[in-house]
Design a protein around this ligand. Structure first.
Ligand code: 3EB
Length: 317
């Protein structure tokens, strides 16, 4: 058989500044940033409540390597391709006793749902939260989220954790949004030699270390990086210095790419910025620093540690 003809690719990301009126059939999910657009009533669309740094509409579209079919399972909306599934859980956080409780419930539902799918393996998760830095010490909402997430993931072994992003909305929406890509085949977790594994962070960062892998290498060859920040070992670097944090983060991403085998080119680079007013030059620096072919999407968001000003995510295809 012709290897090229039989090769299945992983999902593809498209970052759009002119969101389309309708989504093609092979779209698994689409995240909107900023103003809601014409696709508002499509179940594949998640309105994140985050905004692009320039305030204009943006959409992130994930396309399957072929047709995908829709489904609903309780509060979960999903779209399934034989190889890949994308799920969206957009929860009202307010009925819960706290963010830990909401996260535990969300992740318990995700795992229970995934256990019944023919694409059971979690590959990549995005978490969009309100007030991620609200509360002090171990009561900080991000730390509480990590406690609930770990509880909800239950007995999932560390070496099966997905790659992830967790960022905060600057305008509260009362919602905990968890969205994920899953696969028929498991991914291979990749760790970053410059960084301690997140799930082994020491106690000083909270009672429950964050449950994610630094990257996941798909069976189809793509490398999906987690949200990456200016952290070396387990320590935040360059407190208050955005330019230095961006450089450190780019070094982390290049090392992560090397650790994953160094294949492929960057696609769908997203830069989460705590203070978008300071964004001058960052898009070019990030694009050049990763060898990107298209400009990154800059998004205003809070980052999980107060001293961190930037988080960057990237997929290599
Ligand atoms: C870090 O490296 C930065 O809790 O899911 C990045 C990506 C971060 C994902 C998560 C947190 C998460 O610890 C923060």
């Amino acid at each position: 058989m012709d290897a090229a003809a039989s090769r299945v690719t992983g999902p593809r990301i498209e970052l759009m500044r002119r969101p389309p009126e309708r989504l093609p059939d092979d779209v698994l999910a689409a995240f909107t940033y900023g103003p809601r657009t014409g696709v508002a009533d499509d179940p594949r669309v998640l309105h994140t409540g985050l905004a692009a740094a320039d305030g204009l509409p943006a959409m992130e579209m994930w396309r399957a390597p072929g047709m995908a079919t829709p489904g609903i399972d309780g509060a979960i909306r999903f779209r399934a391709h034989p190889e890949f599934l994308f799920g969206i859980l957009d929860l009202d956080e307010r009925p819960f006793s706290g963010i830990a409780d909401a996260a535990e419930s969300a992740y318990r539902r995700v795992r229970e749902f995934q256990s019944r799918q023919s694409q059971p393996h979690l590959l990549r998760v995005w978490n969009f939260l309100d007030a991620i830095n609200g509360g002090d010490g171990d009561l900080e909402r991000y730390r509480q989220f990590c406690i609930g997430r770990a509880q909800g993931l239950g007995d999932l072994p560390s070496d099966k954790l997905p790659a992830a992003t967790a960022v905060g909305r600057t305008r509260p929406a009362g919602r905990m949004q968890v969205c994920w890509l899953a696969g028929r085949q498991p991914g291979r977790p990749i760790e970053n030699p410059r960084q301690l594994r997140a799930y082994r962070y020491p106690r000083e960062y909270g009672p429950s270390p964050p449950s994610f892998a630094r990257a996941i290498c798909l069976e189809t060859g793509e490398l999906m990086g987690s949200g990456t920040s200016s952290i070396v070992g387990h320590e935040s670097r360059h407190d208050g210095d955005l330019v230095a944090q961006v450089d450190e983060t780019l070094e982390n991403l290049r090392e992560l790419h090397r650790a994953g085998g160094g294949a492929g080119v960057p696609a769908g680079i997203k830069v989460y910025l705590r203070e978008p007013a300071a964004k001058r030059g960052i898009a070019d620096t990030v694009c050049a620093g990763l060898g990107g072919r298209e400009p990154p999407l800059l998004i205003e968001a809070d980052i999980c540690r107060r001293e961190l000003l930037v988080e960057i995510e990237c997929l290599w295809i």
